[in-house]
Design a binder for this molecule. Structure first.
Ligand SMILES: CC(C)(COP(=O)(O)OP(=O)(O)OC[C@H]1O[C@@H](n2cnc3c(N)ncnc32)[C@H](O)[C@@H]1OP(=O)(O)O)[C@@H](O)C(=O)NCCC(=O)NCCS
Length: 184
């Protein structure tokens, strides 16, 4: 007999080979301050203030409760050490409701396949809990590490969109930064 995933199941921790993923909540603010304080992470996702991290965590908790979709904290299964965060945000992209998939890994843990591992688990989760909802990912065109993760996950590049972000060779955030868009 096939058991339908219940609403509670969506919020349960997700296990991968090396990670345990738990829905972001306000209890994660201290770890998020550490994560967003890593220089490479701050460069691509910041700048962050303590208040902005708190607001981001609160918004994620609201999204999990309202949308039944959100981003997870990623911790090492073996010792609970912080590895990163990632997962989905339900967004409207040019009138289409989609799940945006993203990832952030602590500077000291990059290059070890954690973002790919998280992304793969997230895609399996979406296939179970949000079947039929398109999955997209985007990042600044020059964020080669993040684009490599998208490719490795089998997302195909479908073009470029303008959104707030970094522009190669220019300082600060720009409202019209070219970002590479991929879809499953
Ligand atoms: C992007 C990020 C999440 C990747 O995490 P990760 O755990 O190192 O990713 P993985 O190890 O699974 O894969 C990294 C891939 O990028 C490649 N890569 C790493 N640095 C790179 C660089 N500077 N240029 C090109 N490719 C690079 C790796 O070789 C690997 O590709 P491969 O699988 O084809 O070998 C991590 O670098 C990060 O958190 N960066 C800062 C935050 C960020 O940019 N997040 C994405 C915002 S959209």
């Amino acid at each position: 007999m096939q058991v339908e995933p219940g609403p509670r199941a969506a919020l349960e921790p997700v296990l991968t080979a090396r990670l345990v993923l738990t829905p972001v909540s306000s209890a994660d603010v201290a770890d998020l301050v550490i994560l967003y304080g890593d220089p490479e992470v701050a460069f691509w996702t910041g700048p962050w203030t303590g208040a902005a991290v708190e607001a981001w965590a609160a918004d994620m908790a609201t999204r999990w409760a309202r949308d039944r979709v959100g981003k997870w904290m990623a911790r090492d299964r073996s010792d609970g050490e912080l590895v990163g965060r990632g997962g989905f945000t339900r967004i409207d992209l040019d009138g289409e409701t989609v799940l945006e998939l993203g990832w952030v890994v602590r500077d000291a843990r990059t290059g070890l396949g954690y973002a790919t591992e998280l992304g793969r688990a997230a895609l399996a989760w979406a296939a179970e809990h949000e079947p039929g909802v398109p999955v997209v990912a985007f990042t600044e065109v020059h964020n080669r590490a993040s684009r490599a993760v998208m490719e490795r996950l089998g997302l195909r590049s479908v073009g470029t969109i303008q959104r707030e972000g970094l522009v190669e060779g220019r300082i600060g955030l720009h409202p019209d930064a070219p970002s590479a868009l991929s879809r499953l």
